[in-house]
Design a protein around this ligand. Structure first.
Ligand SMILES: O=C(O)c1cc(=O)[nH]c(=O)n1[C@@H]1O[C@H](COP(=O)(O)O)[C@@H](O)[C@H]1O
Length: 269
């Protein structure tokens, strides 16, 4: 089963469109052991409400070697829980370097099932990532319009639309008419743009980060979905992992609430 099929299957079976982000910040914990056990506990507690999990590589890399060990544990536990893993690395580089990133994060020992990638070095630099995703039944999520307020500096004036058109072109190369291996990142903080990007990339899963801590609301996200209620993953990290300090039960309830709010938004659409 491909990444896109696996998350869509969870969306249908478990009625969830939530992507749980794991951004474990060392400053929140007394030590590395506490970070490790809390991160794994949050993953386990929120899994029933999640379509996938999205570890942010920066926080694992910041821990050095123990961070890589923990990332491996997170990926292994997610697999045990049946949760597809979307690594948030926003990688992008020229030819051979891009190929090394693709090998590392989509095929190697620490690989996830999917990876976020940065297209701003040129569309040709996406090729190794897309090939690795296709070869491993994985996916890439290409930055189209990021959630941050300053994205317009370099993503405005038609640039996001050009990236979206490239994603649609890449997905059209794949057989069938279901979700293909190239997804798109569109900030949940831009609800007015969601319908347009949904239409521009019919076979792309959309990753919508920014729920909660960045101010985006589940109620505004229905236009990102196809009429059958599939096609997008709304993502929250701090709002789940640190919902009430380090209270894992509160994190689980935050995930449940976000799942329910997303479902309610679709029911009303
Ligand atoms: O690719 C991402 O996930 C991403 C893209 C984007 O446009 N904005 C964005 O915030 N993210 C990531 O999503 C997470 C957001 O965290 P919270 O704001 O705590 O939910 C961080 O790991 C960000 O790096």
């Amino acid at each position: 089963m491909t990444f896109a099929q696996a998350v869509t299957d969870r969306t249908r079976r478990l009625q969830t469109r939530l992507c749980v982000g794991l951004d474990p910040r060392l400053s929140e914990y007394r030590d590395l052991d506490a970070l490790r056990s809390h991160t794994l506990d949050v993953l386990e507690a929120t899994a029933p409400f999640a379509a996938c999990v999205k570890p942010q590589l920066a926080f694992f890399e910041a821990l050095g070697l123990p961070g890589f060990t923990l990332l491996e544990e997170v990926c292994a536990q997610a697999r045990t829980l049946g949760l597809p893993v979307l690594l948030d690395g926003k990688r992008g580089d020229i030819g051979t370097t891009a190929a090394a990133y693709a090998q590392g994060w989509l095929a190697g020992a620490h690989a996830g099932d999917a990876l976020t990638v940065n297209p701003f070095l040129g569309f040709a630099t996406l090729t190794p990532f897309v090939e690795a995703a296709r070869a491993n039944a994985g996916a890439v999520f290409v930055l189209v319009k990021t959630s941050n307020p300053g994205q317009d500096d370099l993503q405005g004036e038609g640039i996001s639309e050009r990236v979206a058109a490239e994603i649609a072109r890449l997905n059209a190369q794949e057989a069938g008419d279901g979700y293909a291996s190239v997804g798109a990142v569109v900030g949940a903080t831009h609800p007015g743009d969601l319908a347009r990007f949904r239409a521009a990339m019919p076979r792309a899963l959309l990753l919508l980060p920014g729920l909660g801590a960045q101010g985006a609301r589940a109620a505004d996200l229905a236009p990102a979905f196809h009429s059958d209620g599939t096609g997008a993953l709304a993502s929250a990290s701090r709002a789940v992992q640190y919902a009430a300090g380090l209270d894992v039960v509160a994190g689980r309830e935050a995930a449940r609430t976000l799942r329910d709010e997303l479902n309610a938004a679709l029911a009303q659409a």
